[in-house]
Design a protein around this ligand. Structure first.
Ligand code: ZN
Length: 364
């Protein structure tokens, strides 16, 4: 394959001063914020990726990306957070037992503290995707962060729902992978591994069930993340370059987060991984119980072709709308899936204007 785009390139954002702001969590992980600054403004935006993605899904050079769209729309001080789920760090592939509690309690609060050190008490809007949205919603509705002017949540928030096939994978996948296959993490690039290694064989086996395209990493992403061919996005929504380099945007990951998501799916809403874990005693056992007291309006986004967390954000909107009628909004994106509302080729026409409209109304 002829590479068109360097991994981790920042060239997708023009006319902005780009700076990196390291910070550390309470459990001593080094994480980073990236700042894309054109001018100081009253409304700062912080963008949060999902599991095994990174800042890079918001700054892709091959389409009109979210950071550039926000800068052009007058939100001239945009930040992206790379927390412990980011593929810019090694944490996803190291031996670990991280949970979404760790992220909600330690990563996002530390990121917001570092952000506030630079932007003071200006309004802060957050846009979050996938398990970044779940964990940030936990931070917000669990009281670990406050003072957020608005939140945009894509795909899933406080009420995770998955298809039946994903439920099965969540139930047996982690043990099967770790104890039977001997794979401590799954990598979309397993297709590039030496022939007849475990990863290579898994990739070949997965590809037997995915004839929809010839990108092996795309098959592995479907296997890792949802139910469908492909599971993460309708092919037509992606620029072919994005499809070819999908493993740049969605990297390898270990399996413990899946155990936590499984508990949440079983409970019908976010719950602690281990309620007796005293390290997270500050987080609530029931995130919906105090939801009426959290004034931040949320725009729930989901594609009507979402095969990763189908209906999850519809359920969350309806649940919160009963608790605080009229505070939150729901936008169902016709023809969109799970990952493409941020990374698709036409999102500057179909999706980003809706986000900007919500941000502007929330700032008024
Ligand atoms: Zn594909």
């Amino acid at each position: 394959m002829q590479r068109h785009i360097a991994r981790y390139t920042l060239e997708g954002v023009k006319d902005a001063e780009i700076s990196v702001h390291p910070f550390a969590t309470e459990d001593d992980l080094g994480l980073e914020l990236r700042r894309f600054h054109r001018a100081d403004c009253d409304d700062v935006v912080l963008i949060v990726h999902g599991l095994t993605s990174s800042s890079d899904m918001f700054i892709m050079p091959e389409h009109h990306n979210l950071v550039s769209f926000l800068l052009d729309a007058g939100f001239t001080d945009v930040w992206t957070s790379d927390f412990r789920m980011s593929n810019r760090f090694p944490y996803d592939t190291e031996t670990h037992r991280f949970t979404l509690d760790d992220i909600a309690h330690w990563d996002h609060p530390a990121a917001v503290r570092e952000l506030r050190r630079h932007v003071g008490d200006r309004r802060v809007h957050v846009i979050a995707h996938c398990l970044g949205s779940v964990s940030f919603s936990m931070s917000l509705f669990g009281g670990a962060v406050d003072g957020i002017t608005s939140l945009v949540s894509n795909s899933v928030s406080l009420t995770p729902r998955v298809p039946a096939w994903s439920r099965f994978k969540l139930a047996v996948g982690p043990a099967m992978s770790e104890y039977v296959l001997g794979l401590s993490f799954l990598d979309p690039r397993f297709g590039d591994a030496p022939p007849f290694t475990r990863g290579w064989m898994l990739s070949r086996a997965v590809s037997l069930f995915h004839r929809e395209c010839d990108v092996r990493a795309c098959h592995m992403e479907s296997f890792m993340w949802g139910s469908g061919r492909p599971a993460m996005y309708p092919h037509d929504n992606l620029d072919p370059v994005t499809h070819e380099r999908i493993a740049d945007l969605l990297g390898p990951c270990g399996l413990n987060y899946f155990r936590h998501v499984r508990k949440m799916v079983s409970a019908g809403q976010v719950v602690k991984y281990d309620p007796s874990d005293s390290r997270h005693a500050d987080l609530p056992d029931d995130y919906l119980a105090g939801a009426a007291d959290i004034p931040t309006p949320v725009l729930f986004l989901t594609g009507d072709q979402n095969h990763v967390f189908p209906q999850a954000n519809v359920v969350c909107y309806e649940t919160l709308n009963k608790i605080a009628p009229g505070r939150h909004e729901l936008e169902i994106l016709p023809g969109y899936g799970h990952f493409d509302p941020f990374t698709g080729k036409n999102v500057h026409l179909d999706v980003f204007p809706k986000i900007v409209d919500f941000l502007k109304r929330s700032a008024a």
